[in-house]
Design a protein around this ligand. Structure first.
Ligand SMILES: [Fe+2]
Ligand SMILES: [Fe+2]
Length: 477
């Protein structure tokens, strides 16, 4: 299988975004003085937030990718950038003037350039929920730079962080530009809520969990950023065209976040498999590796909290969002049905008297499950890839995705204790990282900041960023 490529190198002449503007953008901000002033007054609050809750380790500069145009040639421009000078801006994919709504009650009508009054509250809510996740992950990951296994990994962490910051900008732009005063208030709230804060936590559960160490960071970028990919995929279908175009552009950047997760876990498993083989034991702590059983428990945890992000299996809101044209399905236009879905039914899981079963519901109400199933299938591909590392090393054990009912807090399985194999058990504790597991992983998290140096618990990557060597000073202090 070929490696997942990093962002393509820019080629040809670049159609540059105007970086002399205080807020770089391709939405003609200078033409709308009111909006420009509103966003310029939000900007220092964002920078304050970045300074207080962004990466906590001081650096001189980082080899980062910055979008300088939205087209193929400019969205992945690499340079050494002092992080606080990263140019967060507003970039929407190009507008297709003929775009039509692909689904729901308004199917075939022209896509909306303004927010229809009847959908205003729902659209605002969808944008706020999406927007809330972006800064949350930066907060969750803020101390990880202090224990990076290499400069290469540290650079990837910061790349993810600055782009999540930009995704917040994208949602704040929509709130300011299309939702008037309530939108501006919501934009302030996005900086006021904080991950794990007792009084004003982030909206969704997974974004209040601590990202304790680099293994949990890699699991997060694999499983939770992938949830982001699927949510953005549904919003990309939205009848509200500015939202659709925003999400199209964000999806390009998300691909790198998942690359960090896929390869990060893969490199960890590779080292684990090598140590298992070499010492002929599962217990590789003393050789400086993370035992496979512990990797599985981290995987179990992150998968379950990420499944919760899809919401309950049945939801009348999901039906209303679809019918209204606010949120489509994954790959909506490639689906071979009428894209209206009225009168159709599907099966959803239920737990009935301690047994797993299903019941039939209108398909429209089961769209959260539809998306979750697409996501689960995608998650399985990475696990396969990780298992090839075990196979290559001649280790028999394998990683797997736990049952969808394992350790759930949302939907049909919540309140039930279901083991990763789908059997009912007294407790699921044994399948989740224990305090001791986390402490022992934490002991391995010793910073490696010399050029080309890597921590012993993880294998170096096969190639560097943007065709540079693996041993390159991606971060300078
Ligand atoms: Fe994001
Ligand atoms: Fe992301």
């Amino acid at each position: 299988m070929s490696e997942i490529a990093d962002a393509p190198a820019p080629t040809g002449p670049l159609s540059r975004i105007d970086y002399s503007e205080r807020i770089p953008n391709n939405v003609n901000l200078a033409q709308d003085r009111r909006l420009q002033r509103a966003l310029e007054s939000w900007q220092p609050k964002f920078l304050d937030w970045w300074t207080t809750l962004g990466p906590s380790i001081p650096t001189q500069d980082v080899y980062l990718r910055t979008a300088i145009a939205v087209g193929r040639d400019g969205w992945a421009h690499f340079d050494r950038v002092p992080m606080e000078q990263y140019r967060w801006g507003i970039f929407l994919a190009e507008q297709d003037p003929d775009r039509q709504i692909a689904f729901g009650a308004h199917k075939g009508e022209k896509a909306w350039q303004e927010v229809p009054g009847e959908y205003r509250a729902d659209l605002r809510r969808l944008i706020v929920i999406q927007g809330d996740t972006e800064p949350a992950s930066v907060e969750q990951q803020r101390h990880l730079g202090r224990t990076a296994p290499s400069l290469y990994d540290m650079r990837n962490l910061f790349q993810v962080n600055v782009e999540e910051g930009r995704h917040l900008w994208a949602m704040v732009y929509l709130l300011h530009a299309y939702f008037g005063r309530d939108g501006r208030e919501e934009a302030e709230e996005l900086l006021r809520r904080n991950s794990g804060d007792y009084d004003s936590p982030r909206i969704l559960g997974a974004f209040n969990e601590e990202t304790t160490d680099w293994l949990s960071f890699f699991m997060f970028t694999y499983f939770t950023d992938r949830d982001g990919k699927y949510q953005l995929g549904t919003l990309k279908e939205s009848a509200f065209d500015p939202l659709s175009r925003t999400c199209q552009f964000m999806l390009k950047e998300e691909a790198h976040h998942m690359f960090v997760g896929t390869t990060g876990v893969q490199r960890t498993v590779q080292r684990t498999a090598e140590l298992m083989k070499q010492h002929d034991t599962d217990d590789i702590w003393e050789y400086g590796g993370i035992p496979l059983g512990v990797i599985q428990k981290y995987l179990n945890f992150q998968y379950a909290v990420s499944l919760d992000l899809f919401g309950a299996e049945t939801s009348s809101n999901a039906a209303a969002y679809f019918t209204g044209g606010l949120k489509g399905r994954w790959m909506e236009t490639r689906r071979k049905d009428d894209h209206v879905l009225s009168g159709l039914t599907t099966e959803v899981p239920v737990v009935d008297e301690g047994r797993l079963g299903t019941r039939t519901v209108p398909l429209l109400t089961a769209l959260n499950l539809d998306l979750r199933n697409e996501y689960a299938a995608d998650c399985a591909t990475g696990v396969k890839r990780w298992n090839t590392e075990l196979e290559k090393a001649g280790v028999d054990a394998r990683l797997y995705l736990p049952h969808e009912g394992f350790n759930r807090r949302v939907g049909a399985f919540s309140g039930h204790t279901i083991a990763p194999d789908g059997m009912f058990v007294e407790s699921v504790e044994d399948f989740l990282p224990s305090a001791d597991d986390r402490a022992r992983v934490a002991e391995l998290m010793v910073p490696h900041y010399d050029t080309g140096d890597f921590a012993g618990w993880i294998a170096p990557p096969p190639f560097g960023i943007n065709d540079l060597p693996v041993e390159f000073d991606y971060v300078r202090f």
